[in-house]
Design a protein around this ligand. Structure first.
Ligand SMILES: Cc1cc2nc3c(=O)[nH]c(=O)nc-3n(C[C@H](O)[C@H](O)[C@H](O)COP(=O)(O)O)c2cc1C
Length: 703
């Protein structure tokens, strides 16, 4: 029977010899959680099994290397380069099949983008690259200066030998019971390095003309067909456009699809970008839903084999629409299924509002995991990499927990605590839940953050968490509670410099907070104008500063950002930073359309403010004690520090109090959510404070 709400999403689809139960695909995602030898472990199985359980029809397991010796995209990616790896892969396939999903493995060699080995990297051509957005780049040196990674051109003998290794790996995948295999020809990894005229400068039979650049991938396809038989479906993922001068474009991508169809390839999976244009590879939150669908739609007009589209797909209604319009055959999700593996089932049940939509922050799944050679996490889904959150342990005895502060840390703590059976009360000093997230509502391109705030608010409401608005509880009020979680976030610092209290010195919150009284949570699409004159100096180097610069720059102001650091926003997730800096220059990230800053945002590096004069003149001093001045209409303070002022009084009053989120240390949404989730996970009625003042209930001794 056809699904009432989403008939196209839940329509079966044949691909070669496979029959997919629906049109929902997990596009390859390297969760970098395998064992050091590349073998499958329980973490890998759990992650993929949850997605199968959640109703996804086709799961393409992420980057799996055909040759560990010459290239691993992440240090704990999967491998298929030896027969003893087959049993583990078989367990993985079985776990997905158990829930009705079809599955593939993506074979990937990173070439110049390898995380391992670190030296003597292979590629189509000799090159030295600095790709800070790539997991393979060395970002872990204390002195984080771009190193540049050298790679060398493969010899023809090496090329043929590696093509054979791909085929051998595909055969192992087939032996393990997978339904299909996919080749990774996107994002500037090895196959893409051969395909791209930007990277491939060879003048032998593997470089130059279109067909020469395709020779490596064709060689692999042919060898797989020989080893695995014509009926074993082989798919290919490649970028519809590399979005850089000298790179591949959509015209050629259509030709590639036709060539692949002729060569017996079963489907094409159309991605975007190369790591020189990182925003298109892993689109930051600035990118609108489905911005890359145009490429699949164009390719689809020229081939009969199924086409997959991906990138920032989040809403079932939108996905249904592009399927119904014939723009794609499958909708592909990577980060959406990290944030919520049950997307498909929630849509199928007609409850899309239950979906925890991915906010595309790339903090948990990229910046704080794969990029620094660790296994994958998620900023908003604590269950990624920590199974205890999948099967939450019920509370032994329900506790009464007070949570001070209704930001992401406080809300997530209340959600998990309530799910475990505790009674949580949030005390929020303003009239609204959301905390720091509410400041994102007015920032162009960051409104996806609202999704998460909305989701938390609706979950909390559904769970019946008590919320006391406009309340700052005192010790007396809190004495009734078994535990107190202090989630009071951060506050703006007012450095002691002359003029700091002048009326035109405002805070980033003044600039960003929505003041629209009609709307409970955030303004309508039309923002009220920012009242700060035409020329503004922002002082600080955290989200408040970056967001205020975006908001004011897009509102047409002349913006200066003063940072004490060598460069601005070095803490920021690199794909976001790349796009943000392009926007500051008055342009846009590649593939990103829409409004740009009317005037470039100027970054004043390694400097501080020493005086603010009544006339609006601001005196600056750089790291070599040189002074200069700027004339502005407003100064926006965006220096922040943790706000844990309540902690000592509560602790000395004998309360069981622990800090969570920015009240511990100013970080990002992942820091806040993880703290909140972890505190609520271990909370019990008889919790005590351990020697580090963390709440703990399972001490081995009877304390
Ligand atoms: C943590 C992470 C790992 C990824 N691993 C792979 C991979 O192994 N192979 C691949 O082709 N793309 C990989 N990608 C890219 C995604 O498949 C996808 O194209 C991209 O994230 C945009 O789509 P989305 O908005 O659905 O996440 C990865 C992305 C992330 C965030």
């Amino acid at each position: 029977m056809k699904n009432q709400s989403y008939p196209h999403l839940f329509e079966p689809l044949p691909i070669g010899t496979m029959l997919l139960p629906n049109r929902i695909a997990m596009v390859p995602t390297d969760i970098s959680s395998a064992n050091a030898d590349g073998s499958v472990n329980q973490r890998v199985i759990t992650y993929h099994e949850e997605i199968a359980k959640g109703g996804c029809g086709f799961i393409i397991v992420g980057a799996t290397t055909p040759d560990r010796a010459t290239g691993r995209p992440t240090v704990t990616c999967l491998a298929a380069d030896e027969d003893p790896l087959i049993p583990g892969l078989a367990n993985l396939a079985e776990a997905m099949h158990r829930h009705g999903a079809k599955c593939a493995v993506q074979l990937q060699h990173p070439g110049r983008q390898a995380a391992w080995p670190r030296k003597n990297l292979i590629s189509a051509s000799d090159s030295v690259v600095d790709l800070p957005g790539s997991a393979g780049h060395e970002v872990i040196y204390a002195e984080n200066i771009a190193q540049g990674k050298a790679s060398r051109a493969m010899t023809p003998e090496e090329i043929y030998a590696l093509a054979e290794k791909f085929a051998e790996a595909a055969w192992r995948v087939q032996q393990a019971g997978f339904d299909s295999v996919e080749l990774h020809g996107a994002h500037g990894y090895l196959i893409a390095q051969f395909m791209s005229p930007y990277v491939n400068k060879r003048n032998d039979r593997f470089g130059g003309s279109f067909i020469n650049r395709m020779r490596f991938v064709l060689e692999i396809v042919n060898r797989i067909k020989l080893k695995c038989g014509k009926n074993f479906p082989v798919g290919i993922r490649y970028s519809g456009d590399e979005w850089l001068e000298g790179g591949r474009t959509l015209d050629e991508s259509i030709k590639i699809a036709q060539l692949m169809e002729e060569s017996g390839v079963a489907y094409v999976d159309i991605s975007a970008g190369i790591f020189e244009t990182p925003g298109t590879v892993m689109d930051p939150m600035y990118y609108p839903e489905g911005w890359n669908t145009y490429a699949a739609a164009a390719v689809k007009q020229h081939v009969k084999i199924p086409v997959i589209t991906s990138h920032s797909l989040r809403n079932p209604d939108y996905c249904e629409k592009i399927l119904a319009e014939g723009k794609t055959d499958l909708v592909g999700f990577s980060r959406q299924l990290i944030a919520d593996p049950y997307w498909a089932n929630k849509a199928k049940a007609g409850r899309p509002e239950e979906i925890r939509r991915c906010i595309s922050c790339l903090v948990g799944c990229w910046q704080e995991s794969l990029m620094i050679k660790r296994d994958m996490r998620c900023a908003i889904n604590p269950a990624v990499g920590d199974e205890r959150f999948i099967h939450l342990p019920p509370a032994r005895q329900p506790a009464k927990v007070a949570i001070i502060g209704g930001g992401p840390a406080g809300m997530e703590a209340s959600r998990i605590a309530t799910l475990r059976g505790h009674k949580a009360t949030i005390f929020e000093k303003t009239g609204e839940l959301g905390g720091a997230i509410l400041c994102c509502c007015t920032v162009p391109g960051k409104t996806k953050m609202r999704w998460y705030a909305d989701w938390l608010r609706s979950q909390i409401k559904k769970l019946g968490v008590e919320v006391q608005f406009r309340t700052e509880p005192d010790v007396k009020r809190l004495k009734d509670f078994d535990a107190v979680l202090l989630a009071t976030g951060s506050r703006v610092v007012r450095p002691d410099v002359p003029g700091i209290n002048l009326p035109f010195v405002i805070t980033f919150e003044d600039v960003l907070r929505c003041k629209n009284k009609k709307c409970q949570h955030y303004p309508s699409d039309k923002l009220p104008p920012a009242e700060c004159g035409d020329t503004v100096l922002i002082w600080g180097d955290h989200f408040g500063a970056a967001d205020a610069a975006e908001r004011l720059g897009h509102a047409g102001k002349k913006v200066y950002v003063v940072t004490p650091h060598r460069d601005f926003a070095e803490w920021m997730e690199p794909c976001h930073r790349d796009v943000m800096l392009k926007r500051f220059k008055g342009g846009n990230g590649e593939g990103l359309k829409g409004k740009t800053c009317a005037q470039p945002v100027t970054i004043v590096r390694q400097s501080t403010v020493t005086e603010i004069k009544k006339s609006g003149e601001v005196v600056l001093m750089d790291s070599e004690f040189r002074c200069s001045s700027l004339k502005v209409d407003s100064v926006v303070l965006a220096l922040v520090e943790k706000d844990s002022r309540l902690y000592d009084p509560l602790l000395s009053a004998g309360l069981n109090v622990a800090k969570i989120g920015d009240a511990v240390l100013v970080r990002n949404v992942r820091g806040a959510v993880t703290d909140g989730a972890n505190a609520a996970l271990t909370l019990e009625k008889d919790s005590v404070l351990n020697a580090n003042n963390a709440l703990i209930a399972n001490l081995p001794t009877e304390v």
